[in-house]
Ligand binder design. Structure first.
Ligand code: HEM
Length: 403
């Protein structure tokens, strides 16, 4: 029987852990794969087989229906943008809301965006090429504009308003960090209120002058039949799509390019064989995923791995630890652009599996393929890149390169 607490194996406030969490994950997987961590009042789950099984288990959900996640009344604007968001609801509401939007994100619909994404990436590469100094921060100058533009186009956010999306999203994701401060909460709540106000105004504009975009479509559905989609659900999901639609893609480009540039043999392999682009992108998501874990709540009493979990038990499912599990991935700490098979969990699994996965894969292929083709001399410069010290979201402060 494994030790059922994390003991001295896990300290999510330790800068060394936040810098490189993988040795800690390895130890937990080996010694305490299901481990109680009292400060978060949650079980930490790190093995691939367990995370996989729990994500498929319908006795778990994102949130207890009768107990809103944020009971603090000052958090009401944040709670409002979560209530009704696909990520925070369970069937039958999840089924109904997903049906309303899912065809926009199908591989077939997404493929139609390829030409526009290619043109966008080519324009950004032209901009980089035109610089006399031939140096850039790839996060700001390349990675960020791609998914922000694509998702804003899809939702119908006017060009002039797009600048606010990144700061709102960065503020809001602070609320998902278990080690957040009161100041981070206040910033997240204020951003949620502003973002929701903005989306409501945009919905009014779409009512007057509808377009082909997803917000116009959700507004039309809501106005035709409020039982199909409510006003609050339109706001919550517009915000979810705008945030989820760019944040992780930006950081797969950043984290993935860092891995590639730190492994010149793998970079050379990829440059020599364009057929490796797809597996390379999957490996980037496995090796240095931008989302380390997601939480689940036990909705019905259950026993798992010999441990009784009553209704209401909180679980922290470490997708990033599962993605380095040697029981599933041979030599898991090796970055291998040809890795096959690669059943990583970076997009989750089961009911809440990422609806944007086909879009993300398309954007990543066009962006990374285009960048490598355009700049054969691409290399890291400046100080060693550092990760922002956060627990859920893993991303770089900057990615300075010369080309
Ligand atoms: C490489 C980039 C991306 C990664 C790594 C990623 C990862 C994830 C993960 C792990 C989940 C499941 C969360 C859970 O298990 O609780 C998820 C859900 C979701 N993602 Fe993504 N995502 C990415 C890109 C996108 C894009 C481009 C969109 C575009 C709209 C998107 C929209 C969503 C939505 C709406 C959900 C909730 C689905 C549901 O609950 O049914 N994601 N994503």
């Amino acid at each position: 029987m494994p030790d059922p607490t994390t003991g001295d194996r896990f300290d999510p406030t330790d800068p060394a852990f936040l810098h490189d969490p993988y040795p800690t994950y390895a130890r937990l997987r080996r010694e305490a794969p299901l481990a109680w961590y009292a400060p978060w009042s949650a079980w930490i789950v790190t093995r691939h087989a367990d995370v996989d099984a729990l994500l498929r288990d319908r006795r778990l959900g994102r949130v207890m229906p009768e107990r809103p996640k944020e009971a603090d009344p000052t958090h009401a604007p944040f709670a409002a943008i979560q209530a009704g968001s696909l990520l925070e609801i369970e069937p039958p509401d999840h089924t109904r809301v997903k049906q309303a939007v899912h065809d926009v994100f199908t591989p077939k619909h997404v493929r139609a965006l390829q030409g526009r994404i290619e043109a966008l990436v080519a324009g950004l590469l032209d901009g980089l090429e035109a610089r006399s100094e031939r140096e850039a921060d790839l996060l700001v100058d390349f990675a960020e504009p791609i998914p922000v533009t694509v998702i804003a186009d899809l939702l119908g956010v006017p060009d002039a308003d797009r600048g606010a999306l990144l700061p709102w999203s960065k503020a809001i994701i602070g609320m998902f960090e278990p080690e957040r401060t009161a100041a981070m909460e206040a910033v997240a709540v204020a951003a949620a209120a502003e973002f929701a106000d903005y989306v409501r105004h945009l919905m009014e504009a779409k009512r007057r002058a509808p377009g082909e975009d997803l917000i116009s479509r959700m507004v039309a559905m809501r106005d035709a039949d409020g039982a199909r989609l409510s006003e609050g659900e339109v706001v919550a999901n517009a915000i979810l799509f705008l945030n989820a639609g760019h944040e992780a893609v930006v950081n797969v480009v950043g984290n993935g390019l860092l891995a590639l540039l730190r492994h010149p043999d793998q970079l050379a392999r990829l440059r020599a064989d364009a057929g490796l682009l797809r597996p390379a992108i999957e490996e980037m998501m496995r090796f240095e995923g931008p989302l380390q874990f997601f939480e689940r709540t036990v909705l019905e009493d259950l026993t798992f791995g010999g441990i009784a979990w009553p209704r209401g038990t909180k679980l922290v499912l470490y997708y990033a630890a599962a993605n380095r599990d040697p029981d599933v991935f041979e030599d898991p700490d090796r970055f291998d652009v040809g890795r096959h098979p690669n059943p990583h969990l970076a997009f989750g699994l089961g009911l809440h599996y990422c609806i944007g996965a086909p879009l993300a894969r398309l954007e990543l292929g066009v962006a990374i393929g285009g960048l490598l083709r355009r700049f054969p001399e691409l290399r890291l410069v400046g100080p060693e890149p550092t990760f922002v010290p956060k627990n859920v979201f893993r991303y770089l402060t900057a990615l300075q390169v010369a080309y």
